[in-house]
Write a protein that binds this ligand. Structure first.
Ligand code: SME
Length: 150
């Protein structure tokens, strides 16, 4: 299956489960990170950082063999940039990103998507890859659709 077919499959599954389960945001985040990582096993990390107070993210539901850092200030890292700008950030090579926060040795590229609910930023979805330039417009478009389910 190509990437579009994989995302179509994941999006369909996620819609069915989230509509059927009727959970709060944290439950939905747990389900989404699990469904995504089950399909995209090549990803190093896939999970959410939640906004817990002004300008501070805290680790939320995630999947991956990574001891994720617990807190990220909006002024730091790729997650912080996405939270601050409320825009998706794609980093082809994390070694070139000023202020990048490393949680493991395998990650080479990253995409972070803001999760906005009722016009408020509630979290970001962070995905790490082990290849340079792993994420593109297709990932952005599908992942932005996925987080709207939350
Ligand atoms: N690399 C992220 C930190 C979180 S980990 O990737 C799990 C960043 O720079 O914001």
């Amino acid at each position: 299956m190509d990437k579009i077919q994989r995302y179509d499959h994941v999006l369909k599954t996620a819609k069915t489960v989230i509509d059927g389960y009727s959970m709060d945001e944290i439950g939905n985040m747990a389900i989404l990170s699990s469904i995504l990582k089950s399909e995209f096993k090549e990803w190093v990390f896939c999970g959410f950082y939640r906004v817990v107070k002004e300008s501070l993210l805290e680790i939320g539901p995630y999947q991956g063999d990574v001891l994720a850092c617990g807190h990220i200030d909006f002024n730091r890292g790729v997650c912080g940039e996405s939270a601050r700008t409320q825009k998706t950030v794609i980093v082809d090579d994390v070694s070139l990103f000023p202020g990048y926060i490393s949680c493991d040795d395998q990650t080479v590229s990253e995409i972070v998507i803001p999760v906005i609910k009722d016009e408020q930023l509630i979290a970001v979805l962070d995905i790490d890859g082990d290849q340079v330039g792993q994420f593109d417009d297709t990932d952005q478009s599908y992942l932005e659709k996925m987080v709207r389910l939350i």
